[in-house]
Write a protein that binds this ligand. Structure first.
Ligand SMILES: Nc1ncnc2c1ncn2[C@@H]1O[C@H](COP(=O)(O)OP(=O)(O)OP(=O)(O)O)[C@@H](O)[C@H]1O
Ligand SMILES: [Mg+2]
Length: 237
């Protein structure tokens, strides 16, 4: 079943004088259990499309479905609730708060929802840290971690509420090659083994081999979409 479905989604922005179309009507659907890489040149509309899929930005036209429910015109409060329940977000910068421990940063995922911590929070948090190669960092300050470790901690924060959808905008762009590969291996596992929808925006060709599906954008339009499994850099049916 498609978890996310876009029908004729378009977006206009004002450039100060007039409205300009930055995303032309776009159809797409995303099912769990695959890692999709969304690529294309700077300004092609990748972040705009990802933000619309994440209910962070409203489309100017078209319909967005989350688990078959049309969510295009829900209220801002409802959009926030849907975001908090269904999505995890990972960005280029890990955006961890210094002064809080790694585990307290992860707990923020609940705090922003105004919810108390569930009884199993600490056990789940420790388990997540371990699975991300961050065992023993729960009480550390983020500034003591390497860039790759910080990014993995931000993935733990994104996953603590067990979201069906993980949206990542340039998650490896600020990392060295080795840390970038470690992050992509983790994101791939999260998609395939945990059965989530994982969408990674990246213009870095080094992430392409991890893609089950590679979508390319140019000038606000999807110009290619493999929908097929990539293995060892080769497309196979
Ligand atoms: N809030 C905004 N107001 C006006 N124009 C915007 C806004 N956000 C994005 N744009 C414009 O929309 C176009 C697409 O931007 P977008 O950020 O989606 O591109 P991108 O593919 O993510 O680029 P990059 O690789 O540089 O991150 C750009 O021309 C950008 O200037
Ligand atoms: Mg962008």
């Amino acid at each position: 079943m498609a978890v996310l479905k876009l029908e004729e989604i378009a977006r206009d922005f004002s450039d100060g004088r007039q409205m300009r179309r930055v995303l032309f009507p776009t159809d797409a659907e995303f099912k769990p259990g695959a890692l999709t890489v969304l690529s294309g040149p700077s300004g092609s509309g990748k972040t705009t499309l990802l933000s619309i899929m994440g209910l962070v930005l409203r489309p100017s036209e078209g319909s967005l479905y989350l688990d078959r429910r049309e969510v295009t015109s829900v209220s801002d409060n409802e959009a926030a609730m849907l975001r908090l329940r269904n999505y995890g977000f990972v960005f280029q910068q890990p955006m961890l708060i210094d002064g809080l421990s790694v585990m307290e940063n992860i707990a923020l995922a609940f705090a922003v929802q105004g919810a108390g911590l569930p009884d199993d929070f600490l056990a789940n948090g420790e388990g997540l840290l371990k699975s991300l190669g961050l065992e023993g960092t729960a009480h550390m300050q983020p500034r003591l971690l390497s860039g790759g470790m910080k990014q993995r901690a931000s993935i733990a924060r994104a996953l603590i509420k067990d979201p069906a959808i993980l949206l990542c905008d340039e998650p490896t762009s600020a990392l060295d090659a080795e840390s970038g590969q470690a992050v992509m291996t983790i994101l791939k596992h999260i998609a395939i083994e945990e059965g989530r929808v994982v969408i990674v925006v990246s213009h870095d060709a080094r992430v392409f081999p991890y893609a089950d599906r590679l979508i390319k954008m140019e000038n606000g339009t999807i110009v290619s979409d493999t929908r097929e499994r990539y293995l060892e850099g080769k497309e196979v049916k």
